[in-house]
Each structure stands twice: as C-alpha cells, then as structure tokens.
Design a protein around this ligand. Structure first.
Ligand SMILES: [Mg+2]
Length: 385
C-alpha cells in the first residue's frame, strides 16, 4: 500500500469561542472560524483522518502540508509509522505538532482498515477513564470557583482542577503580565474550593507557568495543607533547575513538563533530573507514536504521566494504559456559564469525550480514532476548494 495524497480540508465552522489578550478563549457571540481536517489517501482506498474537536489540536494549514509533509509521505507505505515518525522527527522543518497530527491520521488509517479502534491496536486496556473538571482561568471570585466546583461534583466529576488567575489581575479585573502573579489570590481560590467540596474530591492546581520560584514554593506549601493532589506546570519550563529544587522542597506532586518541545526526549531528561514527580505530554509532542514511547519510559521507571488536554489521540492512548501510569482525562476547559456536555463542534456528529454520571469518559470505540465527521456540514462550508 502506498500513500498517494495528504490533504487539508479547510472549512468554516460556527463557534462561540473568542481569542483574548490573556491567551485563553472566552465565549461570546457566535462567529465563523476556520477549522481543518487532515486526510491521508492511499492507492488501495484506505484513508486516515485527524482533527481536534473541542481541543487545541488543529491540523496544520494546507501550505505546511504541501511543502513539508507531502514530499516525505507520498509513495511511502502508511503502515511504516515508525519509519515515517523517525523521518519526520529528524527532518528539522516539521514541528512536533504537525508530526502529531500526521501520526494520529496514520494510526486512524490503520484502525479504519482493520475495523478496530486505535486503543485496541495500541493494546486495549480499558474502555473508560476518570475525568477531572478542568476550569477555564479567571472565572471570578473564590466564591464563583467554589460554586462551580460544587456544580461539577453534582455532575459526577470526582476531581476538579483549578486554573485560577492567569495573566489576569483579579482585583482590577484586567489583563496583567503574569509576573508578579497573584499567588495569594490563587490560594484563596484553592481554599474556597476545598471548603466547598469537602475532603473526598480530588483537587489540583495549574497556574500555567506564571509563578516565580518563591511564589511556587509559597503556593505549593499552602495547597499541601489543603490536600491538593498535584501542582501542575507552576513555573517557566525552559528552566529545569527551579523545578528540581521545587520537587525536592515540596511533598505535593509536581507535574510537568507540559509545554516543552522535545517529545519523549525532554520527558526522559526531566525524569533523570528529578525535575518533577509526575510526567506530562500530549499528542502535539510527536503524536501517538511519540507519546506511546514516553509512556513506556515512564512506566518502566514507575512514574505516573498525566496526559495534557483531551482529544481523540489522547483518548486512544488512555484506552491502552492502566490507571497506574495515566490516571485522568482532562475535560474542559469548563465555565459555570457554559454547558460543556452540550458543546459538540458542528462538524462532528458526536463529541470526543462523553462523560457518564459517575465521572468517567468513555473512549471512542473506533474504527480508528472513532471520529464521526458530519460531512454534509463540512462540504457545505468548504473554503479554498
Ligand atoms: Mg496545564
């Protein structure tokens, strides 16, 4: 079998999400945005697809695929995923997120051809995974977070992760550069949430890398007292030495690196340096093939690795791992004024991560990644041919 084409299908899709100055989307008036689906075609008719759904996994623009991906892939056997992965990782012009989208589509192609889920191909382990409610940042006062946490507990979530005040001044309610952060205000949010939900809900904090070392040490000690489970990505991840010190100083599990490029190689370096207690990665860092290797490494040294964000590729990986290595699915970002369960991108027939009343997300059963496209919608909204 040979790859004959790699295409990007671009189309307009209605969304309520708007970009903000502090880097996270916020809901507003409905508008059009450009969405993309990556498609790999073969001479035997087998096809593979990838798209993001509600997540940040947006396939690359057509010109990137045309210039960097197609010359590498056309004429190759799509089943040679390892060879193609090594090739793309070694080809310095292709970013890890582009490799991620292509690799996920190659796994989807194999799954569709075999008529089974990618989770099964990877070595099926479970068909559902515990989810945590991952909040949007800057939701409002500590009381707003506390009420939201109760709402999430009632919905069935057993765990809740706070994104508190990120690039945002909670006193003047306006964008702020991040340093200094609002560490004391963040702790007040964490305390209000713990008091609201009681002791039996698992809680985490993610300040998205904006703390100094001193702020991270202070907040870490405070949320240890509040029995938080992990402290995620508290500082700039380009510097590992502060992470090594923080991991040594605090009892709470430090989780990272989340956003550092380098796929499995960076993860191994951090683990060797004891720069965190729990690992982190997602398919934007080298695709299913890259993440799978990282997970094998983490498993072999007895270190937990929590997958960053949701999405189809991550779900397939979660379906093939035990809770001992990957405990949670990140569901969100959630807001009190938005019903996440009712949010399905208009170009999909089903959202990727339906959750039951006990707080488990059910892993798509395929074939392939289990993406159910609404081709009528996509074809009616095509742009650029
Ligand atoms: Mg994070």
């Amino acid at each position: 079998m040979k790859i004959t084409d790699v295409k990007v299908i671009s189309f307009k899709a209605r969304t309520r999400s708007h970009p903000t100055r502090w880097g996270y989307g916020e809901p507003g008036e409905e508008r059009d945005e450009i969405q993309r689906v990556l498609k790999i075609e073969t001479d035997e008719g087998a096809e593979g697809y990838f798209t993001g759904g509600n997540t940040y996994f947006v396939p690359p623009p057509a010109e990137v695929v045309e210039q960097l991906v197609k010359p590498l892939l056309v004429g190759e056997d799509p089943l040679d995923r390892e060879k193609l992965w090594q090739w793309m990782m070694g080809h310095r012009g292709v970013s890890e997120s582009v490799i991620g989208a292509v690799d996920c589509a190659l796994w989807d192609l194999l799954g569709r051809s075999a008529g089974v889920s990618v989770a099964s191909l990877l070595g099926g382990y479970r068909d559902r995974v515990k989810a945590y409610a991952s909040t949007a940042p800057n939701l409002g006062s500590p009381e707003v977070y506390a009420q939201h946490a109760i709402q999430c507990k009632e919905r069935g979530y057993t765990a809740y992760k706070v994104h508190a005040y990120i690039y945002w001044d909670p006193v003047n309610e306006e964008p702020a550069p991040g340093k200094p952060a609002f560490a004391k205000a963040d702790v007040e949010v964490c305390r209000a949430v713990r008091e609201a939900v009681g002791d039996d809900m698992v809680l985490m904090l993610d300040p998205w890398g904006i703390y100094t070392y001193e702020e991270a040490l202070y907040v870490g000690r405070e949320i240890e007292k509040l029995n938080y489970y992990w402290f995620e990505h508290p500082m700039d991840e380009r510097k590992t030495e502060p992470y090594r010190k923080l991991t040594e100083q605090l009892d709470i599990a430090i989780l990272g690196p989340e956003m550092e490029p380098g796929s499995l190689y960076t993860r191994a370096e951090w683990a060797i340096q004891h720069a965190s207690d729990m690992g982190r990665i997602d398919t934007n860092f080298g695709g299913i093939t890259g993440v799978r290797k990282a997970l094998g490494f983490y498993e072999s040294i007895g270190m937990q690795c929590e997958l960053h964000v949701g999405g189809f590729g991550n779900l397939a990986l979660l379906g093939s791992t035990s809770e001992e290595t990957c405990e949670y699915y990140e569901r969100g970002l959630l807001r009190p004024d938005e019903d996440y369960d009712a949010l399905c991108p208009p170009y999909l027939k089903e959202p990727c991560d339906p959750m039951d009343e006990n707080g488990y997300v059910h892993i798509p059963q395929g074939p392939g990644l289990g993406i159910q496209f609404d081709w009528d919608y996509i074809n009616a909204n095509l742009v650029d041919g």
